[in-house]
Design a protein around this ligand. Structure first.
Ligand SMILES: [Zn+2]
Length: 437
């Protein structure tokens, strides 16, 4: 994709001395080069990693102009929806310098009827109720949020989370409880750092006390909390392990890191520098910062979208706070199979057997499972993820076709989230502005 005119153009992914880059040329706007990975071996490991493919039950739009111009999804799309993101409002209460959605205090809300209609279409397209994320803008600003969550529950959606900055969850102690009662299961809490300077760079101000209160309220209400960390090179990429320790110490469900992209609003200096934070950077950073407690090899490529799009690790948090990656106990293949239909930790831990690497018992010993159970007693499970988001500079159609994280529009169309951000959201925002003039 040409980052200037957003037209499809041919591109090449090339190994260089420093890693992997994408090169492409637009007949009108010239040549572009963008880092894809800082590490050729890591890129190849991800590219060759096995995929689990499941097509959408019912494509919503016909293919006419070809990918990515008919998105909605069209029959050329190669993966069903694992997570649908519904942006119920474009309004936000925090003017972050970094914002994918370019949200401001002004904007519009979807009506409950619009959300219900889109969710009904999603269920038909998918043939089942997928996990949902209500996002924005800031979804807690929507005055009908509770009604929307209740309506989604009534339609059979069981995994329901909001993607929130946590400000209202912090200031209104009853909100988390009300959301849990309505059927919400989790909060994807946006939190990039514990450092005031880094927070000011990315979010405009220090927010630590708000995040801590929001976490307390969500935990008391029985909501799962996953931290969502936007990684900005040179700003917070040197403190990623701190975020993992912060979340594990508070017994949160996990941390998900995503690279900052040049979509929506971003610091101009970032665009100029051409700096990128790729999966290769992530692997090296985690291994170095954790002093080898979590190694690059413990981070497994995702099997469901394109494996180049994401990495994950499941770890056990032992009672003394030590983190033990589960793949060392269970083996990668077994873990991958299980993750395809990931349901609960009990099942996962039940599969950990003596033959797995990392178990030091020998067969003449008493029940090896008992030994492992002893090791894991009082332990909790925790997930670590990395999502290598794409923008118009790094866009790769092959990856987008395999995407399973889809934006659900108010008309019930589904689009790969990255593609929506770079190509379709700006159109929608412009139409909105024209409509209000
Ligand atoms: Zn162009």
């Amino acid at each position: 994709m040409c980052p200037e005119c957003l037209q499809s153009i041919p591109g090449e992914v090339v190994a260089t001395r420093g890693g992997v880059v994408m090169r492409k040329a637009c007949p009108q706007h010239g040549d572009f080069e963008c880092a894809v990975s800082s590490d050729l071996a890591a890129y190849e490991r991800m590219r060759r990693s096995p995929r689990i493919v499941q097509s959408p039950a019912q494509p919503a739009v016909p293919e006419a102009k070809g990918c990515p111009d008919d998105c909605g999804l069209c029959p050329a799309h190669d993966q069903h929806t694992c997570l649908a993101i519904v942006e119920i409002t474009s309004r936000c209460n925090l003017p972050c310098p970094v914002c994918l959605a370019d949200s401001t205090t002004q904007g519009r809300d979807l009506t409950v009827a619009q959300v219900v209609s889109a969710l009904e279409k999603l269920r038909r397209a998918e043939g089942a109720a997928t996990p949902l994320q209500f996002a924005g803008g800031e979804p807690t600003l929507h005055s009908d949020l509770l009604e929307i969550v209740r309506a989604a529950s009534r339609l059979g959606y069981r995994k329901l989370e909001i993607d929130s900055n946590g400000l209202l969850l912090a200031s209104r102690p009853s909100l988390a409880n009300d959301l849990r009662q309505a059927g919400l299961t989790g909060v994807y809490l946006q939190m990039d750092t514990v450092d005031p300077g880094a927070s000011t760079y990315i979010r405009g101000r220090d927010l630590l006390s708000h995040k801590l209160r929001a976490i307390d309220h969500c935990k008391s209400a029985g909501l799962q909390v996953v931290l969502s960390v936007t990684v900005v090179p040179g700003v917070n990429d040197d403190r990623l392990w701190d975020m993992i320790r912060f979340a594990a110490a508070r017994r949160l469900t996990g941390v998900n890191f995503q690279s900052v992209v040049l979509s929506g609003r971003y610091p101009p200096a970032l665009a100029k520098s051409g700096e990128r934070f790729t999966a290769g950077h992530f692997m090296r950073a985690i291994e170095r910062q954790s002093e080898g407690r979590l190694r690059a090899g413990d981070l497994m490529p995702m099997s469901c979208p394109d494996p180049r799009c994401g990495l994950f690790a499941y770890v056990v948090v032992k009672r003394d706070g030590e983190l033990v990656p589960i793949n060392r106990l269970l083996g990668e293949d077994a873990l991958r199979r299980h993750v395809a239909d990931f349901s609960d930790w009990e099942t996962l831990l039940g599969q950990i057997g003596c033959s797995a690497s990392g178990c030091s018992c020998n067969s003449s010993d008493a029940d090896p499972r008992a030994k492992l159970a002893d090791l894991l007693e009082g332990a909790e499970c925790f997930s670590i993820g990395f999502h290598g988001m794409m923008d118009a500079y790094s866009f790769d159609l092959e990856r987008a076709r395999r995407c399973c994280v889809h934006k659900l529009t108010s008309e019930g169309k589904l689009m790969p989230f990255c593609l929506y951000n770079m190509k379709y959201r700006p159109q929608e925002v412009n139409e909105e502005k024209m409509g209000s003039e």
